[in-house]
Design a binder for this molecule. Structure first.
Ligand code: BGC
Length: 738
C-alpha cells in the first residue's frame, strides 16, 4: 500500500509522526495539461443540450437509423452493446458529423469472453496467478477491441462472502488481498488489450443482505475500508479510467445518490479523476428506493451525488435541462461531469484517431492456449481419497454419467449476443481421445434433459456404473443459474442430480464427481458418495478439455478456492477471516456454535489439493520485531514437493494480530505466490510485509497501525498449521482520512 510520512499531520496522535495515504497515480488520467486545455476549449463551445448528450449512455437501438440521427445531433455521448464493426463505424461516423465531432465511447460487458471464452472471473481467481489472469484478460480485450468496442464494464471487484448471491461468478471471492491482485491484473490486461475499464460496482454491491441481488447492504466503516475498498484502490492504481456505481443501498442510502461515497470518498479520498457511470437505469430506480418522488428528483440527486453518466435511465436527457434552468442543479456540476467524460475520451486518444481503432484479431491459437492454461490452473481438487485421481491406464473401464458430458456450450457467461463462437470440445470426446490402449469408456446420460433437471434412465446409469472400475459423474450448476439476478436460497446440486448421485452408490464403485459451478455450493449431501471431487467451474472454450486432462493426469490441479464452500446455507455468510468470539466454538453448549451444524466450512478459502504432495517447513521470520512507523519484515518458508510428480503450489501467508484495541480476524491473507516445483524439488519463498500491511481501519475510516504481537501461518490453505510470530513495536500510528 502506498504510504508516506506526512511532515505535518492535521492531528498529531501518539508518536513522532503520522502516516497518510499518498495520492495514487492514474497513469492515463493524471493531470495532463494539454488534455485539460483541450477539454476547456471544447467545453466552452458546447450548448447545454450538447453537454447533456455527453453524459448520456444508451444501448444500441434497433433499428439503428433513428439513433444515428440522435448521435449526429449530439444527443448521445456513450453507447453500449454495439459490437458489429460496420455498426461501430456508422455510429462513430455519425458522431464525427455532429456539430463538435466528439467521438463516442463504445461500451460492452466484455468480461471474460468476446469470441473465445476464458473461465469466468471467480474461476480466474482460483488460479491465484495474476500474471496469467492479466494475459487472459488482455486477449479478451484484444478480441473485443478488434470489433471497435473501446470500453468494458469490468472488472467487477465486489468482494462477497455470500454464495447465494449469483453474481459471485463475476468477482474474485471473499478476500481483499487476492481480490486486489486480481483487480489490478484485470485492469492492466483490459487496458493493454485496448479497452478502457469501468471498475464496478462502487461500493458494497457484493454484500446484499441474505445474498439477494440488489438488496441493501449494511457495512460498518471499518469493514468498508478494510475489506470492500482495497480491490477498488488496486483497480484505480492500475489506471481504471472510469467507475460504475452500485445499484443498492449501503447503510440505508442508495449508492447512486450517496455523495459521501461517490464524491467525498471516491474523489476526495481515493483521488479518482475519471468519470462515474450509473449502473443500468439506476437513476430511475432511485424512485423505487424511495429517495426520489419522480425522475426529475432522481436526476438531481444522482448528479449532485457524483453520478456523471446516466446509463439507460433517460433521466439526464429528459430532466437535466429543466433542473439547470430552474436553478436546482448548478451548470457547474454538469460542466464538471462533462469535463470528466471528455478527459477520458481525450485520454483514450479518441480525438486523435478519427476512425475507430480496430486492431487485428489476436491469433486464435494463442487465445486458445491462454484459455486452456487458465482453465487448467483454475481447477480445484476438493477431495481425493485413496488417490482415486488421476485415472491411470490401470483403470480399465470408466463410466461417465451425466448429460452435461455431451454439452458443447462454452458456458461463457455474458458474452456478446448474436455472435457465433468457436465450438467447445465436449468432456466425452476429450476423455475418449485420451483413453489408453485397453481402456474403455461407457457413457450414460442419466437425465431426461441436458441440464440435469429431469430424471432420466437412472437404472441404466447404475448398470453402466456397475460394469465400470471407476465412475465419473458430471454435475453442473444448471445451465444458467449464475450471474446477475440469480440468487439462490438452496445451494445443493440442482434438479435430479443429487438423486442420480445417490442412486449410483448402489453400484459400489469409486465415484469421482466433477462439478461445473460458478459459485460455491453446499456439497455436504454429495460427500458420502464421492471418493474425489473436482471443481471445474464454467471453464470456457477450453474448459472441458482441461477437465479431461486433469482426470487422466496429463496435468495436475493447482487451483485454490477463492471463496469458502459452506456445509449448509445456514452457515452463510461464511469466510475464513471472521473475528474471534468471546466463546470460541467448542463442545460446550454455551460456545459460539450451531447445535445442528459444524462452524467450519466444508472446504475453506485457499484449499485445493494436488496429485503431488507438498511439505512446508522452516518458517523463518527475519527480525522478530518491526516498527509501526516504517518497518518491514521478511518471512520465508520452505516448500518441498515430496512426490514423484512436478506440480504447481500456491504458497499462502496469513497473519493474526493477537492483541489490539479492536478484535482482529482470526486469520488474514497477506501474501501468496504460485510456484512450480519439480518432483523432489524444494524452494524457499520469501514474503515482505510492511507495517502498513498490518494496519486496520477504525470507525472513521482512519488507518490504524497498532503495536502488538502477531501470529504468522504459512502453507497451502487458510488452515495452514506451520506457524511463528513477531511483534510490532513503536507508537500507535493513525493516518487521517484524506
Ligand atoms: C449490471 C452491470 C452491467 C450493466 C450493463 C447491469 O445490469 O449490473 O454490471 O455492466 O447491466 O450491461
Amino acid at each position: 500500500m502506498p504510504f508516506s510520512l506526512a511532515p505535518a499531520c492535521r492531528r498529531v496522535l501518539v508518536g513522532a509522526g503520522c502516516f497518510v495515504f499518498t495520492t495514487m497515480s492514474l497513469p492515463a488520467m493524471a493531470d495532463l495539461p494539454p488534455i485539460d486545455a483541450r477539454v476547456e476549449t471544447l467545453l466552452s463551445r458546447m450548448t447545454t443540450a450538447e453537454k447533456i448528450g455527453q453524459v448520456n449512455l444508451v444501448s444500441r437501438g434497433d433499428p439503428i437509423d433513428g439513433q444515428l440521427e440522435r448521435v449526429r445531433k449530439g444527443e448521445i455521448g456513450l453507447m453500449l452493446n454495439v459490437v458489429e464493426p460496420g455498426e461501430v463505424r456508422a455510429y462513430q461516423a455519425a458522431a464525427r458529423q455532429s456539430r463538435l465531432g466528439i467521438p463516442l465511447v463504445m461500451g460492452l460487458d466484455a468480461i471474460t469472453v468476446f469470441r473465445i471464452a476464458m473461465p469466468h472471473p471467480l474461476a480466474l481467481a482460483a488460479t491465484w496467478n495474476p500474471g496469467l489472469v492479466e494475459a487472459a484478460t488482455r486477449a479478451v480485450a484484444q478480441e473485443t477491441a478488434a470489433n471497435g468496442v473501446n470500453w468494458t464494464f469490468a472488472p467487477m471487484v465486489d468482494l462477497s462472502r455470500d454464495p447465494r448471491w449469483g453474481r459471485v461468478v463475476e468477482g474474485a471471492g471473499e478476500d481483499p488481498v487476492l481480490a486486489s491482485a486480481m483487480a489490478a491484473a484485470r485492469v492492466r490486461g483490459y487496458r493493454a488489450g485496448g479497452l478502457a475499464t469501468a471498475v464496478k460496482h462502487f461500493v458494497g454491491y457484493g454484500a446484499p443482505e441474505a445474498g439477494r441481488d440488489y438488496n441493501g447492504a449494511a457495512i460498518p466503516a471499518s469493514e468498508l475500508h478494510d475489506r470492500y475498498l482495497p480491490p477498488f484502490r488496486a483497480a484505480l492504481d492500475a489506471g481504471s479510467e472510469t467507475v460504475m456505481a452500485a445499484f443498492n443501498t449501503v447503510n440505508g442510502v442508495p449508492v447512486s445518490a450517496d455523495r459521501r461515497l461517490l464524491t467525498d470518498l471516491l474523489r476526495g479520498r481515493l483521488g479518482f479523476k475519471g468519470f462515474v457511470t450509473s449502473d443500468y437505469n439506476a437513476i430511475g430506480e432511485l424512485i423505487n428506493h424511495g429517495v426520489a418522488a419522480d425522475l426529475a428528483e432522481a436526476t438531481r440527486k444522482a448528479l449532485l451525488a457524483g453520478i456523471d453518466v446516466d446509463m439507460e435511465g433517460a433521466a439526464y436527457e429528459r430532466h437535466l435541462e429543466a433542473e439547470i434552468a430552474g436553478g436546482r442543479v448548478p451548470i457547474a456540476t454538469l460542466d464538471e461531469a462533462v469535463r470528466r467524460v471528455l478527459r477520458v475520451k481525450f485520454g483514450m486518444g479518441l480525438f486523435d484517431r478519427p476512425q475507430p481503432q480496430m486492431p487485428p484479431q489476436p491469433a486464435e491459437a494463442e487465445v486458445r492456449a491462454l484459455a486452456r492454461d487458465a482453465a487448467r490452473q483454475s481447477l480445484v481438487l476438493l477431495k481425493n481419497e485413496r488417490e482415486t485421481l488421476p485415472l491411470t491406464p490401470a483403470t480399465r473401464r470408466i463410466a461417465v454419467i451425466g448429460a452435461w458430458a455431451e454439452n458443447d456450450y462454452d458456458q461463457s457467461w455474458w458474452g456478446p449476443a448474436g455472435l457465433t463462437r468457436p465450438a467447445t470440445e465436449t468432456l466425452l470426446s476429450a476423455l475418449r481421445s485420451r483413453l489408453a490402449t485397453g481402456q474403455s469408456l461407457e457413457y450414460a446420460r442419466g437425465f431426461g434433459d441436458g441440464c440435469g433437471y429431469e430424471q432420466g434412465d437412472v437404472a441404466g446409469a447404475v448398470e453402466t456404473a456397475r460394469r465400470a472400475d471407476v465412475v465419473v459423474m458430471i454435475a453442473a450448476e444448471d445451465c444458467d443459474i449464475s450471474g446477475e439476478g440469480t440468487s439462490r436460497a438452496y445451494l445443493g446440486l440442482t434438479g435430479a442430480q443429487q438423486g442420480l448421485l445417490t442412486a449410483l452408490a448402489a453400484a459400489g464403485k469409486p465415484l469421482v464427481l466433477v462439478v461445473a459451478t460458478a459459485r460455491p455450493l453446499a456439497l455436504t449431501a454429495t460427500e458420502p458418495f464421492t471418493a474425489a471431487t473436482l471443481i471445474g467451474w464454467y471453464g470456457g472454450t477450453e474448459g472441458r478439455t482441461a477437465i479431461a486432462e486433469a482426470l487422466v493426469g496429463e496435468i495436475t490441479p493447482s487451483g485454490k478456492l477463492p471463496m469458502s464452500f459452506p456445509r449448509s446455507v445456514g452457515q452463510i455468510p461464511i469466510s475464513y477471516d471472521g473475528l474471534p468470539t468471546s466463546r470460541p466454538p467448542g463442545n460446550d453448549r454455551y460456545t459460539s456454535r450451531y447445535i445442528d451444524e459444524a462452524t467450519t466450512p466444508l472446504y475453506p478459502f485457499g484449499h485445493g489439493l494436488s496429485y503431488a504432495r507438498f511439505d512446508y517447513a522452516n518458517l523463518v521470520i527475519k527480525g522478530s520485531e518491526m516498527s509501526t512507523q516504517s518497518g518491514q519484515i521478511e518471512i520465508a518458508v520452505t516448500v518441498s514437493n515430496t512426490s514423484q510428480r512436478a506440480a504447481d503450489e500456491v504458497v499462502q501467508l496469513y497473519v493474526r494480530q493477537k492483541v489490539a484495541s479492536r478484535s482482529r480476524p482470526v486469520r488474514q491473507l497477506k501474501a501468496f505466490e504460485k510456484v512450480r516445483l519439480e518432483a523432489g524439488a524444494r524452494r524457499t519463498v520469501t514474503f515482505k510485509l510492511n507495517s502498513s500491511d498490518l494496519g486496520y481501519h477504525d470507525d472513521e475510516g482512519r488507518l490504524v497501525i497498532e503495536p502488538g504481537p502477531f501470529d504468522v501461518f504459512a502453507g497451502g490453505s487458510s488452515t495452514a498449521s506451520l506457524s511463528g510470530g513477531f511483534g510490532l513495536t513503536g507508537p500507535l500510528v493513525i493516518a487521517e482520512p484524506r
